[in-house]
Design a protein around this ligand. Structure first.
Ligand SMILES: *Cc1c(COP(=O)(O)O)cnc(C)c1O
Length: 486
């Protein structure tokens, strides 16, 4: 990295602020609290602004261009969400305020719970979990609590398809369950025969992502759910791919017992470094009492003139809290605005366009890239980043070369069941021109892979930082540009 750090830019005596002359007597600083070992950079205001503005331009983001990171649903985040979240009535409330002083916030949370129920086809929602992974953890804890409440203590295993996101086995194992791997059949669905063979009275449940991480709707989903239920297990729906289903079908109607939402995927709240996530959990009727709380309920019905009185409640057999206070409220405001802005028709439109965009890209790339499970896809698809006649080229090389064409790379090396996977999710917020430019870049890269592979191997060429040693970066993480001397 050739960029100077803010410490290297520092020049002794340079100042960014000027204080007025003091109008009180000068007193020396209490020396026991002042560290000599903490040098602060000395810079002018323009130095600081330019340094950080320049750094910010090195980052790729959804406001800059296409971000086709499969499974992550990196859609555009409407700016009106931000404006609403910054309204003082939302932004300046304190979680310890008495409920009667935050009725507007509670009303918003209540309505969001209701909308999420309607969208997903479930009977109860808790907004607490902080992200999808925590929603999964919550869901698995609910599965555990359900079996325990029935005195059914034999169940020690959770089934996870081999295409699943890593958080599924992780949350199951964290909850004390043994993870049993379930293979995918040649069409990209759960292998029903394999499922039949492992189902017994030790299975606590199955975690299923539908559409799955191949971007395919599992056509056996109703049968899978029926089989698991018949064996006494519950089915957890990983809702990360809900963007493909909005307004078209509902996981609750497909027979799932529990699911999580990723407000930061489906409902456009900021993602990754842009802000905290939010992973509300929805459950069917038989699990409502186990939800984590507090959740918002109507304490006193309203009248023609008076709005209802809202309050926090703890479900009777609740697994407890999974997050301090009430979850990430600012994200709830953003998702609320997004859902109300679109309405039922608009939500359906989102899913239709997300699916249309993915199928358009798939059609443009099918002759250039191998598609291992090639059928009509949902909101994303998985291609192979390798060719037999271009040995040595890997998905990683294609991903890095895309950066030279000014695109964020797709997800790679996931799902694990596809060799050199490139998982592409354009989302509904991209127009045809952008999709065409992206397809043309990928087609050009395929030509380069055959004609001048070194272009891919050495990519990216124009970024401030060239190709990183990712293993070293993970193993020797340095988060601080200045390390104290002693
Ligand atoms: C993103 C994702 C998750 C995890 O969600 P987070 O909000 O990132 O914790 C789980 N499963 C799938 C399929 C995902 O895409």
């Amino acid at each position: 990295m050739t960029e100077p750090t803010i410490y290297e830019l520092s020049s002794p005596g340079r100042l960014g602020v000027r204080y007025p002359d003091p109008d009180v007597p000068l007193t020396p600083l209490p020396t026991e609290f002042v560290r000599d070992s903490l040098p602060l950079p000395e810079l002018s205001e323009p130095d600081v602004i330019r340094h950080f503005t320049r750094l910010s331009t090195f980052n790729y983001n959804v406001d800059k261009g296409l971000y086709p990171l499969g499974s992550c649903t990196m859609k555009y985040n409407p700016k009106v969400n931000e404006e609403a979240a910054r309204l003082p009535g939302f932004a300046l409330t304190h979680p310890l305020q008495p409920e009667e002083t935050v009725q507007g916030n509670l009303a918003l949370m209540y309505e969001l719970q209701e909308w999420l129920k309607e969208i997903s086809g479930f009977a109860g929602v808790s907004l607490q979990p902080a992200a999808g992974a925590q929603g999964e953890f919550t869901g698995v804890m609910i599965i555990r609590a359900y079996h325990k409440a029935r005195g059914d203590t034999k169940r020690t295993k959770i089934l996870i398809p081999d295409s699943a996101h890593g958080t599924n086995p992780a949350t199951s194992a964290m909850s004390g369950y043994q993870v049993v791997n379930l293979p995918t059949d040649s069409n990209g669905n759960v292998d029903l025969n394999a499922l039949k063979n492992v189902l017994d009275d030790q299975i606590a449940g199955l975690m299923l992502t539908n559409p799955n991480t191949l971007g395919l709707f599992d056509v056996n989903v109703v049968e899978v759910n029926r089989m698991v239920h018949e064996a006494g297990g519950l089915v957890y729906g990983d809702g990360a791919n809900l963007n493909a289903l909005l307004g078209i079908t509902r996981p609750g109607d497909l027979g799932f017992d529990i699911m999580h939402f990723n407000l930061h995927k489906t409902f456009s709240t900021p993602h990754g470094g842009g802000g905290p996530g939010s992973g509300p959990v929805a459950v069917a009727k038989h699990l409502v009492d186990f939800l984590p709380g507090p959740i918002v309920d109507i304490i006193e019905e309203g009248t023609e003139e008076e709005p209802p009185l809202y309050g926090f409640c703890m479900p009777s057999k609740s697994i407890g809290r999974v997050k301090s206070f009430f979850g990430h409220f600012g994200m709830m405001v953003r998702a609320y605005v997004y859902i109300s802005m679109h309405g039922p028709e608009g939500l359906r439109n989102i899913a239709e366009h997300a699916v249309l965009n993915a199928n358009y890209l798939l059609a443009r790339l099918r002759n250039t890239y191998k598609i291992p499970y090639d059928r009509i896809c949902m909101h994303e698809f998985v291609a192979e980043g390798r060719w037999e006649d271009a040995p040595g080229i890997r998905a990683l090389d294609i991903a890095k070369r895309l950066i030279d064409y000014d695109f964020h790379p797709p997800t790679n090396y996931f799902p694990l069941i596809v060799h050199e996977a490139l998982m592409i999710e354009p989302t509904e917020t991209e127009n045809k021109q952008t999709l065409d430019r992206f397809a043309e870049a990928l087609i050009k890269i395929a030509q380069e892979a055959h004609q001048s592979p070194e272009l891919l191997k050495e990519a990216p060429h124009n970024t401030p930082v060239r190709r990183l040693d990712e293993v070293k970066a993970a193993k020797e993480l340095v988060l601080c540009c200045w390390i104290p001397e002693n």
